[in-house]
Design a protein around this ligand. Structure first.
Ligand code: F0G
Length: 364
């Protein structure tokens, strides 16, 4: 029999750096430990000598990075005796909240923008049994409502304004450093509500010191690059935006909650924010699938769209080691994927050897 210890989730793995003790009941679905995949074909295609790694967070239990934050937030909510959690969401947070609430045996209430949720996210959230409240308004409106409701009802907010969410999500930075043996030169992320860029920066900073002695173990931290959709880019505008719009519905956010923290990450790391059009985001989305076999959701590809742009312009120099976080799984948004491939619709033929052979020979 194998004596290898089974992977039990990120709280167990990074217990010494997370706010839990021996008596805490851990609510986990074995999240984290996601693959860091080095791109092989895209660097060759763009003719640049760079090492690009993608941290594929779409392989978490509910298909997004939100599981990292949710294991921690729900663990702490249960520890505090909470019977219900609530969040506003563009879809992934609601799916994660619903799953971890089901695991814990508590109730989840989720506020989602009417009609602006990718199909897979809605399907999951329904199956996990959350109370779904569709609102006539966008994510920012939902977030404002959730903050108000939590003052009047016995519910714990599990959006990333809950600091335990950030603590869970910072472990992605730990995993990257553990796997590479060092922090990358650049870390590229899609930015919406700005919790994740906050979490990664916190993680990189904390991991550069020893957890017991608090002595520095390395001085190296990455430059943080936060990329937004052009129609939803408050960090590029330098102010909040009231009517955000983008095909990347996960990041259709105009009033990010972690505003100050994200600016701190940018300033302290020497990084930058930039924005990319839906066309640029979708091009990166398709490129990842077709040249690397990696299917992420549209918002996730914003990190690669930004990295490729900045490598092309020389802002990210050759020789750099770059990590792009792919925040969610492509299966979350089948509609956008299929509409991206409209020209390559499946051929329908007679069910015969000859007909199939003809198709193959025509293609080769
Ligand atoms: N990528 C995906 C796939 C997301 O779902 C989100 C946020 C982000 C990127 C941006 O991360 O908000 O930490 O800057 N989704 C939230 C949600 C808002 O409700 O699922 P952020």
């Amino acid at each position: 029999m194998s004596t290898q210890k089974h992977y039990t989730g990120l709280i167990e793995r990074y217990r010494d750096r997370l706010p839990v003790n021996e008596t805490t009941r851990i609510i986990s679905l074995n999240e984290g430990n996601t693959p860091l995949i080095q791109l092989q074909n895209i660097p060759r295609l763009i003719g640049k000598s760079v090492d690009i790694y993608v941290k594929f967070e779409g392989l978490n239990p509910t298909g997004s990075f939100k599981d990292r934050g949710m294991t921690m937030a729900v663990t702490k909510a249960v520890e505090a005796g909470s019977q219900a959690i609530i969040c506003a969401s563009t879809g992934n947070t609601s799916a994660a909240a619903a799953a971890y609430a089901a695991r814990a045996g508590i109730k989840a209430f989720v506020l989602i923008p009417d009609g602006k949720i990718a199909l897979g996210k809605l399907a999951q959230t329904l199956m996990y049994g959350a109370e779904i409240i569709q609102i006539n308004g966008n994510f920012d409106k939902g977030m404002a409502l959730v903050k108000e409701v939590a003052e009047h009802a016995p519910v714990t907010i599990v959006n990333s304004i809950n600091p335990f969410r950030i603590d869970g999500q910072k472990t992605a930075a730990f995993e990257i450093v553990d796997e590479l043996g060092f922090a990358p030169d650049y870390h590229c992320l899609p930015v919406g509500n700005a919790g994740n860029i906050t979490a990664y920066w916190k993680g990189y900073k904390e991991y550069s010191t020893d957890s017991a002695t608090h002595k520095a173990v390395t001085a190296k931290r990455p430059i943080m690059c936060g990329y937004q959709a052009a129609g939803a880019a408050p960090f590029v505008a330098g102010h909040m935006i009231d009517e955000p719009e983008t095909i990347a519905t996960a990041i259709r956010i105009g009033h990010p909650q972690s505003w100050d923290f994200a600016w701190a990450a940018q300033k302290e790391s020497g990084g930058w924010f930039d924005k990319f059009t839906d066309e640029q985001i979708l091009a990166a989305h398709k490129m990842l699938s077709q040249y690397e076999g990696i299917f992420c959701e549209p918002a996730s590809a914003t990190s690669l769209a930004g990295a490729l742009h900045d490598i092309g312009s020389g802002k990210i120099p050759e020789g750099s080691k770059i990590v792009c976080t792919l925040t969610g799984n492509g299966l979350k948004d089948p509609d956008t994927a299929i509409s991206q491939c409209a020209a390559a619709h499946p051929v329908t033929i007679e069910a015969s050897l000859d007909a199939v052979k003809r198709v193959i020979l025509d293609c080769l």
